[in-house]
Design a protein. Sequence first.
Length: 505
Amino acid sequence: DGEAVQRGGGLDGKRGRGGGVSAVYAEADITGDGVNDVVVGRDNGAFEVYSLDRNGEPVRVYERDLNEAVQCISHGSVSTASPELLVHTFSGKVLAFRPGADTQTIDGFALGVPQSQGQVKAASDEVRQRVAGIKQQLTQLSKEVDRARKAYVEFSGDLIAVDGPTKILDKFQLDSESACYKLSLEAPSAMFAVSIHSNVPLDLLDVKDNAAICSRSMPDPANGTFALATYRMQESTNRVDIKMRAIEGQAGQVRAYVVPRQSPKTCVERVYEIKPLCLHRRATRVDTAGRPMSELRIQGQFTLDDMHTWVGACLNEVPARAPVGQAELTYEFENVLLTTVLQVTVRDGEGRFRSDSITPLALLKEYIAREATNLKMRINISYDLADATVAHFCKIVHPKLLYQLNLTGQSALIEGLKEIRMQEDDLSFLSDEYRAILEEETRIVAEIKEQPRQLDYIHGIIKDFFVDWHKFKGSNVKHMLSAIDQVLDQYSLERLVAVIERGGP
């Protein structure tokens, strides 16, 4: 059928520099192969040009990090007769890129006619003259700014200067690969500092290539401060990325305070919600085959809108309002850390929740029961537990625990292997495992620094499951958590399954 729509090539999130796509342009043939190229701009500052190969699959031929979000892309002949790509960034910059401008350094994209040595020298001289002229103008402008600042101080006297709020481009989203939340903040001008305050427990993680010094303050839970840190910018940067690890079941708010470098100083506040099931994301379809699915049923004199509101307060990516005219709604979710699934079905007077883990059901049960009690609404709660849930859960966390144990063993071998490397020119006598440890030394050292916090996080998930499972069974086993600590200290999958199922040693 010539009129049918067929799927062509695509760009997944793993290609390029990552980040959300904020601009797409496909109306220019930049590479000169007779087919329009795809130009992609991302909200993390990545600018990419893709050409199509013979199979119609996109191949990246050019990339550039602009260090600020791309707003829109177009093309035209502006500074030369050749077609140029025009990029508008968040701070208001308009940048032009043309083929051939980087012939000597970039393959693939720079398809213009190669320049002669004389042309290259003439262009270099012209650039140096323009740079010198711009530096002279900047010096003059700097002197004028100093004079204006002195005049302003004399005029203002004891008055306090104020300024309007700075526009901030922000994004707070769950990163499925690292199972952490990533907060991206960008301002039109340089930032001075960013402060993070949280009234729920969370772990602020280091971000590679982050041009900021992090100063952490001691938590003060009595006054609602579980995390407090300030990121002071070392360079003149207008963008910062912050990663944080949240805990399911701990709901609250994270506040970001952005202070620009401009004078007079102002502060912009942004508030982000951490929901009880914060590690769950919407899925178009989940596969429940082979999963032991437990079911929670809640019935009462509530409407579909009431149950939809409760579900939206616990889970991300749920519409603010229920669609009009539907008698039943179904949502499916996936835990990005454990890959467990959750199915939600709501209608007037009933909510049904199915999962291959018990903790999501426990958190939904606790929240909905509390909200119904506050509204003086009577509800009935029933559930069916799958007996294989414990073994299924332990098999999921087993590889994560083994990875951390192997990391400890690899870290202990690094110093000895480094000594051998210094004394021996040929390391072919080492096993493949030992050579791999030396090759991955940087990664292992970096991960071992984070290991205590990562292990505590995984142990906390296991303990929550242990308590929630037996709470559904009708018993309180919080006093038996020491049994979980003992089996984790001398880890064995079989022992972990046995301790959780028995509710103790």
